[in-house]
Design a protein around this ligand. Sequence first.
Ligand code: PMP
Length: 363
Amino acid sequence: NAVPGVAKLHPYLPGKPVDELARELGLDPKDIVKLASNENPLGPSKAVLTAIEAELSELTRYPDGNGFELKSALSEHFALTAEQITLGNGSNDVLDLIARTFLQSGTNAVFSQYAFAVYPISTQAVGADLNIVPARDYAHNLDAMAAAINAQTRVVFLANPNNPTGTMFDVAEFKSFMSKVPEDVVVVLDEAYSEYVSDENYPDGIELLPLYPNLIVTRTFSKAYGLASLRVGWAASAPEIADLLNRVRQPFNVDSLALAAAKAALQDEEYLAASKELNSKGMAQIIQALEARGLGYIPSKGNFITVDFARETSEINQSFLKQGVILRPVANYGMPNHLRVSIGTQEENQRFIDVLNEMELDG
Ligand code: PMP
């Protein structure tokens, strides 16, 4: 007797945990390389560890349900007001809040083929319909997405860069898209990977907020800020939208360690710069190896790259696993010939490259 839509859900498939594979292979977890979940390979920032330690004596108390300090830090950093911010238990939680606030049975959410897996989960969980638009060269086809909006559409999800494809649309394309969207349709610009983008034509959603009262920008501390385990994400929007999201939000959805860690991470500019630099070097290292091997890939602006093996990849993925390298199959996204590789440290990337180079791929 589940609510309509739930029976049709496909569960989210997380990357295989390191400990699980280590047990299966009888290896030390230190010998496993996980390049499967677009995590930050640097490990946590020292400032974050210090901030968490300072919070430990307060574990018996509820966290600040309004996240006052983190919101203050975010509003100062991004020139927003605290009333524009909604905090989430990871940005997944924020995406889910948006679905619960704006979608219900009889409405639909528009998103692209190859879009992030949480959009259909949150949409179907509230009984709304999926309005999926074919991609163009793996990227969002924004013209087709605008054309797909109908009278029942309440939300459009856009990821920029997109996961799992790493594709990006530019500011002119985004503005042209927004000019075609009715004002009563909420546009969610998911910028989970924005910190990695150096392209000068990247549309920074937070800067564009004053132009669009129906825009919600989502960001996360899970990627470039290195806090995936602590689950902190947030949305920036017009205060009217933030007010609605905050009514639906559970009061203590972000715990006190996560609040303190996120604030410290935001202020640790050196760590962020190191994350970006490691990522661009690692991306170049992996691309060079793929090209040397004659493999296709989707050019990516994120901290991952999706490789085209030109054949079904289950066995290839299994061979990587047997050698202790965890990659991310994307067959559940309708991409059975691809595997997604997160950018790791130089050594981790080299492990991937060495296993790749030993692999028989001809014929
Ligand atoms: N959006 C996109 C496009 C993502 O790839 C991810 C992480 N896989 C998220 C949102 C959610 O990240 P988190 O919940 O850790 O903030």
